[in-house]
Design a protein around this ligand. Structure first.
Ligand code: AMP
Length: 223
């Protein structure tokens, strides 16, 4: 059983790296942001509570987050373990998590703010099928159109420059202390996230003493 947390600023590749690790090791990949987006999209009661905050890139309250994460982990569909992404994002969340679960490691993807801006402002999402694009590394064949379903490519509301600037400031004020808290418990592995995704994945594997990563052909390139 392996239980990991992956942390890193927006655009640092948390989603991509988690997916690669989870796919290979049969871990359940839990993205708190995806859970919230699902609720917003499906107009649930929770979705209505968090819609404004998610759109503005502001953090949802700790109690609601603890409930969502607790409910998700309660499903116990993670026979081989989990990798949780986008959580904890505050000291309160970190304390709740440390009290409730033993973790095997915190993967901290480190990326300078300038590089975050460059990557995030290039992100696009298909409004129809949800496919991710990046105008730097994964451009669509036809500008503004999804290669898979032909849907319109849009910018996530929380990737807009204003929301991003707020998120970066928020990230440093809230996450730096969380990383410090985990660091004191010697859980944290800081990885340079400027490298390409294969190198980053390989470094994570080495640091966690896991089998080496073999990239499969035709894998979509995401930052
Ligand atoms: P993400 O996809 O991780 O960037 O998350 C998208 C949005 O979901 C964030 O801007 C927050 O509004 C909300 N969110 C996700 N994870 C958390 C968390 N751990 N604490 C509070 N809000 C969160």
């Amino acid at each position: 059983m392996r239980k990991y947390v992956i942390m890193g600023v927006q655009g640092s590749g948390k989603g991509t790296q988690s997916a690669l690790l989870a796919g290979d090791l049969d871990l359940v990949h839990i993205s708190v942001g995806d859970i919230f987006r699902w609720h917003v999209k499906n107009h649930t009661k929770l979705g209505a509570q968090v819609r404004r905050l998610v759109a503005a890139g502001e953090l949802v309250g700790d109690d609601l987050v603890a409930e969502v994460v607790g409910d998700r982990l309660q499903l116990h569909d993670w026979n081989y373990g989990f990798i949780i992404d986008g959580f904890p994002r505050s000291r309160g969340q970190a304390e709740f998590f440390l009290e409730s679960y033993d973790i095997d490691g915190v993967i901290h993807l480190d990326l300078p703010d300038d590089e975050v801006r460059r990557r995030v402002l290039a992100r696009r999402l298909c409004s129809r099928c949800g496919m991710d694009y990046n105008l730097i590394a994964h451009r669509p064949a036809v500008e503004g159109r999804c290669d898979v379903c032909g849907g319109d490519l849009i910018t996530r509301e929380d990737d807009a420059p204003d929301a991003l600037a707020r998120r970066l400031a928020d990230y440093h004020s809230k996450i730096d202390p969380v990383i410090e808290l985990f660091r004191r418990k010697e859980y944290v592995m800081t990885i340079d996230a400027r490298a390409d995704k294969t190198t980053v994945q390989q470094t994570i594997r080495t640091r966690l003493n896991l089998p080496a990563y073999t990239p499969s052909e035709g894998e979509p390139v995401r930052l």
